[in-house]
Design a protein around this ligand. Structure first.
Ligand code: SF4
Ligand code: SF4
Length: 259
């Protein structure tokens, strides 16, 4: 029996649109993607977007204005499932680097001053789950295309997507990379969820954490490893904040104490 096509929407809030671009640039899968469901809305790819009830809404970007709060709440109301895609939607992104610290008004003022600003009611930028319930997170900056289509296939078949429960280090070792941590560089690989195929350390760049925290049980021993290598809690915390605002720090609160 033929499966009924689901109604899908893709939306972008504050961010670079990089996650939607990853999907659009997957040319070999794009025709199948558009044939697999009724794509009711895809803000970067379509102009005839519809405001209909959805089976799944995929949302990229953080929320940084009152107008966006209302928009994301409106999407939530008409969507059976809501999936946050990308680091900004999942954890706030670099625009939420200082989230949880005081002085947002002062920081905003120091950047924009009294200049005309077209967003009427800006607010401190936060991840999607600060405003609406999120059913599933697909992190990354940007997301990994293979991971997106694997998750997408599971969701449209109404099965639970499998996500890596191991850190970036595991993928790094599978690629037989030389460990940057052992060479004295602060690489967050031990604390961060796999899924990106260790793309940064494979190009000799330390991981800065864009896939968010790994959920494996022995993360505290991985954290101890970073400290053993001579990095201070403050250095690790500062590096983790780059991509993850206070979200990641909160989930690692037992290791850091106060965020
Ligand atoms: S610490 Fe960084 S370089 Fe070392 S194995 Fe982990 S991800 Fe790779
Ligand atoms: S290695 Fe780290 S920073 Fe680079 S893509 Fe993977 S999770 Fe993101």
């Amino acid at each position: 029996m033929e499966r009924k096509k689901l109604d899908i929407g893709l939306y972008g809030f504050t961010g670079c649109n990089g996650d939607q671009l990853v999907i659009i640039h997957s040319e070999d899968k794009l025709l199948d993607f558009f044939a697999s469901a009724n794509i009711r809305s895809f803000s970067l790819a379509k102009s005839d977007n519809e405001q209909t009830p959805l089976d799944i809404a995929f949302i990229e970007g953080s929320i940084s204005s009152q107008e966006q709060v209302e928009h994301v709440q409106e999407i939530r109301q008409r969507s059976a499932l809501l999936v946050a895609i990308g680091n900004c939607a999942c954890y706030g992104g670099i625009q939420a680097m200082e989230l949880g610290r005081e002085g947002w008004d002062r920081r905003f003022q120091s950047v924009y001053g009294e200049n005309f600003f077209e967003v009427r009611t800006p607010i401190e930028s936060k991840p999607i789950d600060a405003f609406v319930a999120v059913d599933f997170r697909l992190p990354g900056c940007p997301i990994d295309a293979d991971q997106f289509f694997a998750v997408y296939s599971s969701l449209i078949r109404k099965t639970k997507p499998q996500m890596p429960d191991y850190p970036v280090c595991a993928e790094c070792r599978w690629r037989e990379n030389e460990c940057l941590l052992l060479k004295g560089q602060l690489c967050l690989g031990p604390l961060i969820a796999g899924g990106c195929k260790a793309v940064c350390p494979s190009h000799n760049l330390p991981c800065v954490g864009c896939f968010g925290p790994v959920e494996e049980a022995n993360v505290s021993s991985e954290f101890a490893l970073l400290k053993e290598k001579g990095f201070t809690v403050e250095e690790i915390r500062r590096r983790l904040r780059i991509h993850s605002g206070s979200g990641v720090l909160k989930s690692l609160k037992n290791l850091f104490g106060e965020v």
